[in-house]
Design a protein around this ligand. Sequence first.
Ligand SMILES: Nc1ncnc2c1ncn2[C@@H]1O[C@H](COP(=O)(O)OP(=O)(O)OP(=O)(O)O)[C@@H](O)[C@H]1O
Ligand SMILES: [Mg+2]
Length: 231
Amino acid sequence: MPDDVLLRTEQLTRAFGSLLAVDRVDVSVRRGELRSIIGPNGAGKTTFFRLISGEMPPSRGRIWFDGRDITGMPQYAVARLGVAKSYQITNVFPHLTVLENVRVAVQGHARAYDFWSKAARLSDVRTRAEMLLERIGLGPRATSLAAHLSHGEKRHLEIGIALATDPALLLPRAGRRPYGDPGRAQDEGRHEDLGPHHGAAPGPGAGRGLAGGDPRQHPRSADVPGGGALT
Ligand SMILES: Nc1ncnc2c1ncn2[C@@H]1O[C@H](COP(=O)(O)OP(=O)(O)OP(=O)(O)O)[C@@H](O)[C@H]1O
Ligand SMILES: [Mg+2]
């Protein structure tokens, strides 16, 4: 696998009884690349994420992450390799400000890995938290209480908290158009701003055909409710 490929799946398949929720998906995601999964309800998007994160094992197929076969690895081990899920974030504190929320996350990560000496830690934590807020576009909301954020802004905050752990791969939370239109996000270079992400591309209907590619080129894109949904 070439060095710049971070995630690769080969014939990834997950069956629930006779239902094929994910059916022979081949996806390759490079470092720094932003990809999206889009598709109608029941297409298998969430199941695909669960397979990647180790939340459930595939029925068939393989998953490579950073050059290593992680197929069947438990979730904690996959997380340790640097796969973060903003969709499982439970530690958004509504009564803390946006900046404080990200600071707590940065601080927790710094403590866990003992990155900095005690003296350097506090100011570095604040600087890093402010940098992350800028990256996710919440700089102007730094002093707002998290409880006062809009639905979309909360999703961004969750991404900021996930990025505080410096993940190699970020699986963003379910939700519609977290970054706006996927095509425009690319034009604006937001995929770089937001760091490595993953995704596959559109799949028609339940259980068949999550496949790589550009959503704008996909013949079924027009059928996707809300176009560019990521759920
Ligand atoms: N744990 C499970 N047991 C049995 N069937 C499941 C399970 N998880 C998902 N499914 C089925 O697999 C199919 C794909 O579900 P999945 O949740 O991955 O779709 P999705 O693309 O995320 O849909 P949505 O847009 O509604 O979130 C659906 O038919 C669903 O009912
Ligand atoms: Mg889903």
